[in-house]
Design a protein around this ligand. Structure first.
Ligand code: FES
Length: 246
């Protein structure tokens, strides 16, 4: 599915948690879980578009959930339904959901929960459980209800669920596969636990991006097979291949 660049109408846009927004845009065509778009909703500065993962999609629309972290996402958050954004995508390799079977742990940290919703929705014939960690209160968790058989929540502050790391709750050996997205320190622990348990693991990496198409080499990560571009070769990698520095 080749990436295309479209001026896209915003169909809905709302704050679903403090500083976290959900935006649905018209964008026809297939989108794979784990892929992302380069999103731009402003003229001039900041020069670079923002990479935002697909939170949900259908034939005609794509939904993003993003956290306001800087000027670009701040400008984006001010846009209203009826206005438009420039979308380039879908970009990157997604989660190979067709290779997953049996029991699958979906492990999210913070805003890393966003792409895992579409991944959980796209897994067919699997029994999925969601493990998610937040700084404080959770968000987006209810949306997983149709696609997972259990939800395990952890929080740094103790505001909700287990007071501690989400990785405290996960026994990788209980699962046939694990997919994860979130802070690198969390994904590193998840990937290590999977390696020790001999469990298939896919991690979704995040990097600052400029071109989004593999041209600038500004988004590389280390893997057993050399440096790879997160935008073009990822963002999803085999957990056993990627060398996470965190
Ligand atoms: Fe330019 Fe990935 S963002 S190579």
């Amino acid at each position: 599915m080749p990436a295309s660049c479209l001026k896209s109408d915003i169909l809905s846009h709302k704050e679903i948690f403090s500083g976290v927004y959900q935006m649905t845009c018209r964008f026809p065509g297939p989108k794979a879980p784990g892929q992302f778009f380069m999103v731009r909703g402003w003229q001039g500065y900041p020069l670079l578009s923002r990479p935002i993962s697909v939170n949900d999609a259908d034939e005609d629309t794509v939904t993003f959930v993003y956290e306001v972290r800087g000027q670009g996402t701040q400008l984006l958050s001010a846009l209203r339904p009826g206005e438009s954004v420039e979308l380039t995508g879908p970009v990157g390799s997604g989660f190979p959901v067709e290779k997953l079977s049996g029991r699958v742990a979906v492990v999210a940290g913070g805003i890393g929960i966003a792409p895992l919703l579409y991944a959980a929705k796209s897994m067919k014939g699997c029994e999925a459980e969601l493990f998610c960690g937040f700084r404080g209160k959770s968000y987006l968790v209810e949306a997983f209800a149709p696609y997972v058989s259990a939800v395990h929540v952890a929080s740094d502050s103790g505001a909700e669920g287990h007071h501690g790391f989400v990785t405290d709750l996960l026994d990788a050996a209980d699962f046939d596969a694990v997919i994860t997205c979130g802070p690198e320190i969390m994904m590193k622990k998840v990937a290590r636990a999977c390696r020790e348990a001999g469990v298939l693991c896919y991690v979704s990496m995040e990097r600052h991006m400029a071109c989004g198409i593999g041209a600038c080499l500004g988004c590389t990560c280390k893997t057993l097979h050399g440096a790879k571009c997160v935008c073009k070769d990822g963002p999803v990698f085999l957990g056993e291949d990627v060398m996470i520095d965190a």
